[in-house]
Design a protein around this ligand. Structure first.
Ligand code: 0X9
Ligand code: ZN
Length: 420
């Protein structure tokens, strides 16, 4: 009997471990930044020969490559990059992640601005939305735009003003479709917090909230986000498997089903960070988000959609799928984007670049922006890459949360003041 019990005890431990895989350790890993030079093949070869992962996709000529290097690869990497100006972003990535993941205690009953001094667990993010909503019960509600693959609700907060709910044109803001881009979560929450807490005292903000219905979704990829907190801080995609492959994850921002088949802006390899999925729109997250957006559009109209990412400090417009296709509203979109980045600069002194996705960053098929612009038909559609430009990348120190929120809000405010 005793033996039996201990065998079962052991089995219990084993199955608990199987359910909760050990956290990926980045102890001693460095993240470095290397100028790619005019011929990208050199850095590309180093990355592929040493089996390294990069933070901003494939190395591009004339830009920087941000590369994660495991301790056992330091020597080979140093040798291979001799003569290049390598700078260090994270001396010890494991330590940077540990600092960032010191989540403070949180209580739903006491939501206040100290929230923006640190990063938080997924459960606390849900608590924050709930706590904020409870402080403004007559002009906000918790909403969900459907379910993720693993059945997590894609949760947001809906705000409205003097006209009551569901009447005015909608403004929809997405964050954290890429799981590791944690600053996006905080910035989208900052927008909701700023509008609700200042509605009564600021006539400008009252004007915004009386004019539009706001829907803020800080984390549209909850499965991926949770995975960054339980298992691998650098996870990007959702957690979908692909038949015939042992690799997990589809890039939701390559899966929106519009111009999805155009070649070159995403990967067909299930192991790649930008895997587009097996067929257009085959992620549960795309299905949920797109059908929710189309419902909102027919119910109250869709004035503005912004998808927040990190990092690179960019403010972008359609299109991603083509560098020659031009949006019918392009002149106005560029003028608004130019104004938004000027407002960001005036707020914090930080420089953001602007322009169409394809020519500003790279060709990307199946991204939310192209779909929302052309299929849903939002009046205005943008996507922004938040801080920074390559000092810390995805693991941005917590003391940059508030300034990131303030500058992103300055850009958002410019749009609210200037959209027709
Ligand atoms: O590759 C992407 O999806 C975006 N860059 S990121 O480093 N955050 O992954 C750029 C594509 C821009 N398109 C949209 N954000 N919709
Ligand atoms: Zn992203």
């Amino acid at each position: 009997m005793k033996l039996l019990l201990s065998v079962y005890g052991l089995l219990g431990l084993v199955s608990a471990a199987a359910l909760q895989p050990r956290k990926v350790s980045y102890d001693g890993f460095k993240v470095v930044r290397v100028p790619v030079g005019m011929d990208a093949s050199k850095v590309t070869d180093i990355v592929s020969q040493l089996g390294l992962s990069t933070w901003k996709g494939a190395p591009q000529a004339g830009r920087f490559a941000d590369i994660v290097v495991a301790p056992e690869k330091f020597d080979a990497f140093t040798k291979a990059t001799q003569g290049m100006e390598v700078s260090v972003m994270h001396e010890n990535l494991g330590e940077s992640i540990a600092q960032e993941s010191e989540f403070p205690d949180f209580s739903v009953a006491a939501v206040n601005s100290t929230w923006f001094n640190a990063y938080h667990s997924y459960a606390d993010h849900l608590g924050f939305l709930k706590g904020l909503q409870q402080q403004y019960p007559s002009q906000s509600e918790i909403v969900t735009s459907g379910s993720s693959l693993q059945g997590n609700a894609i949760t947001g907060i809906h705000l409205w003003g003097s006209a009551g709910k569901g009447v005015k044109p909608a403004i929809v803001i997405h964050g954290t479709v890429h799981a590791r881009e944690w600053i996006g979560t905080m910035v989208v929450e900052y927008f909701a917090y700023n509008l609700l807490t200042n509605y009564a005292s600021s006539s400008e903000i009252k004007g915004f909230v009386d004019k539009y219905d706001f829907y803020f979704f800080p984390v549209v990829n909850p499965d991926g986000f949770i995975y960054t907190q339980t298992t691998d801080r650098l996870w990007r995609k959702n957690r979908q498997s692909t038949s015939g492959s042992s690799c997990v994850g589809h890039d939701i921002n390559r899966n929106w089903n519009y111009q999805w088949s155009v070649s070159g802006g995403a990967s067909t390899n299930p192991c790649a960070e930008d895997f587009k999925g097996t067929s257009g729109g085959d992620t549960p997250e795309f299905k949920a988000l797109s059908s929710w957006l189309s419902g909102i559009k027919s119910k109250q109209g869709l004035k503005l959609f912004i998808d927040y990412h990190s990092y690179s400090q960019l403010f972008m417009t359609p299109y991603g799928y083509s560098c020659t296709a031009v949006s019918t509203k392009n002149t106005e979109l560029q003028s608004l984007a130019r104004g938004a980045v000027a407002a960001i600069k005036a707020q914090s002194g930080y420089t953001y670049q602007y322009g169409p996705i394809c020519s500003t960053i790279y060709k990307a098929t199946g991204s939310s922006v192209d779909y929302v612009n052309d299929v849903i038909g939002s009046d205005y559609t943008f996507t922004s890459e938040l801080r920074d430009t390559g000092n810390y990348g995805f693991v941005l120190p917590a003391n940059q949360i508030l300034p990131s929120g303030q500058e992103a809000y300055a850009g958002f405010r410019y749009l609210l003041l200037n959209m027709r």
